[in-house]
Design a protein around this ligand. Structure first.
Ligand code: CTP
Length: 391
């Protein structure tokens, strides 16, 4: 991966970008413009990347022959961060008067740009036009955010945070994009059924499995919506997140989006019952016992199964404490699913809150697949690969 650093105060944050990329196992080569070196020393990036830093076209080649061509060819991704208005303009017009710009012109790798500049420069029509030109030409952007700018202004122009830039980089190159053009809806986590303004009925689902599936689908190029319960983890980069409380809210969020989705994965643990009425005030204790009447919630997966569109793939999850496979098979049929992922609650390294999982995947055609215990991330890819085969 090649990281081109321009002259902006945000250059210091790119040190963290390089550090995070290294931790993910990437080989990183840094190119610095002359003005970038005014903000951060070449030694910092050399130490962090564990590679020589290219600073100009006529310096002594450290390891490579014709530097810019060599770097351009070896790149899987060319990241420009922080991208200044000056460099963006030169990139848009093919000006190649430094090492970063010649490498940009010579590479055929995907390009990711993280701009950073003063808000008036960022919103200037010329800069906007240059970014549009680059975007139309296939460059990808991690948009600048709003906040305090180094110049003292408050507004748009802050470089995206290092974690977001790295997520965007990984999303561009990590996986084969076999889900490009597909819409995937994933549900994750536990629903909450209110009893009164402070109490609710819920379950132990952490949402990790559903979030892993949403992340894997995004990495594979899908447009992803994650409908998640309140206690689940932050949504992965680039995924549209819809936070819901009750099963009824999840039902509304899912059924309104379902007709546009190619694959729907119902990993959420949905409450089957909700209090018949929700007290508007906190329930006060008395010496008598208390009973709460419960009413049935809608079965979201069953509705999806009844209204399944041609070519749509429906994946259910099933968590049981007994007769796992027999119950999973019944649910697969009753809810008209293509796959049912039977989740063991009794196996070590599986179930609520774990980072790993042990499952059996039951298919509509009667086949069963039992992957070994593995991380929820790895399992997410297996489930999606099976879903793709159902089409
Ligand atoms: N599900 C749903 N709506 C519900 C209940 C469950 O969409 N009201 C979905 C879950 O998201 C999961 C699948 O149905 O994908 C199976 O859920 P599970 O709780 O295992 O089974 P239930 O159908 O609720 O049956 P039971 O509680 O009797 O085991």
């Amino acid at each position: 991966m090649v990281v081109g650093v321009c002259g902006g105060i945000a250059a210091y944050k790119v040190v963290e970008v390089v550090s995070r990329l290294k931790k993910l196992g990437a080989e990183v080569h840094v190119i610095m413009t002359e003005s970038a070196q005014e903000f951060v020393g070449e030694l910092t990036f050399r130490t962090m990347s564990q590679n020589p830093v290219a600073t100009d076209m006529f310096g002594t080649p450290a390891r490579w022959e014709v530097e810019h061509v060599s770097l351009a060819q070896k790149a899987d991704l060319f990241l420009v961060a922080p991208a200044t208005a000056n460099t963006l303009a030169k990139m848009a017009y093919g000006i190649a008067d430094n090492m970063l710009l010649t490498t940009y012109l010579a590479t055929r790798a995907p390009v990711l740009i993280a701009p950073a500049m003063n808000k008036n420069m960022y919103t200037h029509p010329v800069t906007v036009e240059n970014m549009k030109k680059l975007s139309d030409g296939g460059c990808n952007f991690v948009r600048a955010g709003e906040g305090f700018l180094a110049c003292g202004d408050v507004g748009i122009g802050r470089m995206a945070e290092p974690a977001e830039i790295v997520d965007a980089a990984v999303n561009l190159i990590a996986c084969e994009k076999d889900l490009a053009g597909k819409r995937v809806l994933v549900t994750a986590g536990a629903t909450q059924e209110a009893i009164d303004p402070v109490r609710f009925i819920t379950n132990h689902s952490s949402g990790k499995m559903g979030v892993a599936i949403a992340r894997a689908a995004k990495l594979r190029g899908a447009e992803v919506v994650l409908v998640h319960g309140k206690s689940s983890l932050p949504a992965p980069y680039g995924v549209e997140a819809v936070c819901v409380g009750s099963a009824q809210e999840m039902c509304d969020a899912v059924l309104s989006r379902a007709p546009k989705c190619d694959i729907i994965v119902k990993a959420a643990a949905v409450a089957d019952y909700a209090p018949e009425s929700v007290s508007t005030q906190t329930i006060k204790k008395s010496d008598a016992d208390l009973s709460i009447a419960l009413k049935r919630n809608p079965d979201i997966l069953e509705s999806l199964g009844k209204n399944k569109l041609a070519g749509q793939v429906l994946v259910g999850f099933c968590m049981e404490t007994q007769d796992l496979l027999a119950n999973a098979q019944k649910k697969l049929e009753k809810k008209n699913c293509d796959l049912m992922v039977a989740n063991s609650l009794t196996e070590p390294g599986a179930g609520f809150g774990c980072d790993t999982n042990t499952v059996t995947i039951l298919k509509k055609n009667g086949e069963k697949l039992t992957p070994e215990n593995m991380s929820k991330e790895a399992l997410a890819h297996i489930i999606l690969s099976e879903a793709v085969k159902c089409k």
